[in-house]
Write a protein that binds this ligand. Sequence first.
Ligand SMILES: N[C@@H]1[C@@H](O)[C@H](O)[C@@H](COP(=O)(O)O)O[C@@H]1O
Length: 534
Amino acid sequence: MPKFDLITWNKNNYISIGSTNLKEMPPGTNFLLNTNKYETGINSSFIIRKEESTAITAIEGLPKTPLKELSEKLWQIFQSTGSENDFAKRLKDALSRETGAFSIVGYFKEREEEFLIAFSTYRDIFIDQNGESVFLTTINELAPEEVYRLPPNSLAFWSSQKRTFVGTKKKTRISRQFKHRMIREIYETPYVLKRTYFLKDYPSIQLATEMIRNTERIWVVGSGSSLNGGLELQYFLPELDIIAIPAFEFKLHKLSSLDKDDTVVAITQSGNTWGVLEVVKESKKGGANVISITNNPSLGKVTKYSDVIIPILAGYEAAIPATKSFTGTLGVLYLLALTSRKKLGLINDNEMEKRLQNFSDFTNKLPDILPQYETSAKTIAKYLSNLRGGYIISAGMTYPIAVEGALKLKEAAYSHAEPIELEEYLHGPSAALSEDMYNIVIQPCEEFAKKRFLQKFEKFHENLGHFVVIGATQEVQKKAKNTENISLVNIDYSDTMLYPFHAVLFVQLLSYWLGVYNNTPIDFPRGLVKMVEK
Ligand SMILES: N[C@@H]1[C@@H](O)[C@H](O)[C@@H](COP(=O)(O)O)O[C@@H]1O
């Protein structure tokens, strides 16, 4: 009998591998089942225990059927009689009928026979057998160099009698092993957004929308990247009275005037940031509505004080610089804004469908877009590595991305970057530039602001060590006389609401590569923690 770690796990109330403990993990997205060799950690949404050592399933993502029910359904199939092939077929049928972006791995023991299954609707699962152990993961970086790759919508089925996996493709070589968690997590983004897409049918989004519709003022509170992500709601829903404000500032000056017609949207990846908890506790006491958006919906304390909880489906994020959780937050806000616009009669069914389709198309294209962005980010980072710092400038929809970009450049690359609003640049900051500095302009998508940038183009380009322009850069190309110290990054977007996603991914990759060239401890910047508690 092979010795699965899962059996060990089954004897406990929770799963623990290496130093990580499921109880401390946000319900998540990636799982690693087993191994003695790779004690790296599991990040799984839900584990359902049956009686002693009989069944255990780990499900990540967002299937339509509630997780408990889905697990129960699979268990029924295992208990039914029939041949091994029948089991496999019935399982596959049941799983293929399910909608949503999810993956499942399971261990079942029935009539002295043991079975392992793996299935995903939307991503590869990597599988390997190593002597007595079986290894399953969705994180390719954790897999051995040569693994069996299970493509989406196929079922891998292992039985203790046959001792081989049925359904997997031939062994393939994993081409990329990520050096840092930050870059691996950026490359997780397509999966994060694919899961997020299915939030459209999630009850919390509908409830939050209802709350937003019946409210007078909306306050978005958070810190760090969560606050920066929150700024975007003001642009996604410009018709409403929304103010995004640091949690601490809100506590100091707004809490006292809060009333029951107000809604507080608290954004917190960890769900446990002290300043945010202070705000939600007191907002609740004061009778306001509280919506929390968190990557830790089961264990984050923020949920205790929330009327509605919307999960960020990013999964466990290890690197201190937030990347996939930021983009996951944008995804949640995109859906929340769309549903609210629909409810408020600002868009009709067709437009709603079109935007959802755009979002889904974007998630499908993203795996091809990311390496392209990375190639140019890497080249540009090389230029920037000789410079001491600079400005990151934008306006409108992508202004929050300039703010977030400046934070990423500081955290990951120790590059002193300051975010500036496009027009504000002309009111002081331009005076402080020198030849050892850079300007990064995220071209606005609003026509009026686009024109303004072109009109003042020379001003942004003067006295610089390097000038980077991100966006629809064709016009800039015509405008630029001296192209020596300019880098243009063309971004192809048709839906302006998706432009911030493109821009932030590029800026994250740029910060990452600048960190590599500057030789910084990218994943664990000095003096920073993932979560600021009391
Ligand atoms: N270094 C982290 C930031 O990356 C994070 O954005 C912030 C807010 O955390 P949370 O989103 O968990 O509330 O906390 C810390 O400062």
